[in-house]
Design a protein around this ligand. Sequence first.
Ligand code: ADP
Ligand code: MG
Ligand code: ZN
Length: 481
Amino acid sequence: MRSKYEVVIGLEVHVQLSTATKIFCGCSTDFGNEPNSQTCPVCLGLPGVLPTLNRQVVENAILAGLATHCDIAPRSIFARKNYFYPDLPKGYQISQFELPICIGGYLDIETEDRGQSRIGITRIHMEEDAGKLIHPETPGASYSLVDLNRACTPLLEVVSEPDMRSADEAVAYLKKLHQTVVFLGVSDGNMEEGSFRCDANVSVRPVGQKEFGTRAELKNINSFRFVKQAIEYEIERQIDVVEGGGTVVQETRLFDSNTGLTRSMRGKEEAHDYRYFPDPDLVPLIISKEWVGQVRERLPELPEAKMERYISDMGLPRQDAEVLSGEKAMAEYFEACVELHGTPKTCANWVMGEITRALNEDSLSIAACPLAPERLTAMLKRIDDKTISGTIAKTVFQEMWTSGKSADEIIEEKGLKQVTDTGAIEKVVDDIIAANPAQAEEYRAGKKKLMGFFVGQVMKASKGKANPQAVNEILKKKLAG
Ligand code: ADP
Ligand code: MG
Ligand code: ZN
């Protein structure tokens, strides 16, 4: 029954830009400070003040537009979107409506079900955020408070075409967009702080029908997991409505992450008529080709290009390249290691291996990695020059991770230097062979697999410090003899 229906999804994403100051005034955009401490007459919406456009916001919007293959409009207009809300002191939000700064782009995504698909981007526009209402949790409190620190902070709204066909595709698109703005450095992408939030428009239609079904809009979802849950619930709900002989109504719904359900917030009748009109306080924004060209020069290398370079220039396997290029902080860490050490595959192994394991164990992100690339690669040099073995390196790594000491200090203090002195190793080998006559016999009779056993015994006896290569050679010689 479910397979009779096709799902159609379009996303509207709000991205908070990480400029130092607000979009139309010089107030700081810092998060989490004393309420109303970052305000001025402009962002408080006092009468008689004039907004001044932040150049950095425009350049960030151009960067986002270029990275998503949009056209940059040579002329765009700021418009007033009129509505009343206590956290919007002016009674209108300055946004863009008819002539946004970026139009007609796309992002390519990949999902297991549909493989590669191209999701159209209708437009990207700039706007100011509203303030925040705080509803005190004190029982019986009959008032709300307003914090205008966020009022007038810069946002990009990225509107997609209704091109997605499943919750998985919506999540893949959202992740790609998130990755893009973070790599561009235009946003910190912090979803918990609301720097990246999404409205999902969802509808269903019988397979083969050309017209779209009526959509519901799910408001302000701030995690990838919730986007998937909300959309999946909404699909089921709409199919049930249609199967039950009803019709889906156009409405705005809220997702409740506690119950996993969406519920109606307002219907079409209550939908706002915002009475948009060009803001007379702001002149049209004219963007020359030269300006776009200058901004284009600043486009950083994005994940796909990085991945290709890791494969073709560094010779990494595709899987490694994909993991290492997928997250900005991870790519930066890895590239710093390669710069210092020189062998990409070794660096890749340690970053994807021990570093990732230790980060997970301590629930840290790589951006907060306590072990700088300099310290890691200083230890890798000690493997290269045979001061320590790869096995001992794991011990050294763990100690570096927790103690903050350097590899050399730890090797020295704990006496972990590798034993390469063949005389000393021969002595241990002799002892081990003498202690295991039965195994030695079997080995000589052809059970070559036992080599592993002997190597293990010798390494154990030397507390891991014997050079494994030397151990192998000496064992072979002595067992043969
Ligand atoms: P609004 O601001 O009223 O929400 P838009 O017409 O700009 O309006 O549409 C917003 C989003 O809804 C876009 O991302 C678009 O792709 C998506 N959308 C439009 N129609 C449908 C539909 N029938 N099903 C799913 N998504 C849709
Ligand atoms: Mg909408
Ligand atoms: Zn201000």
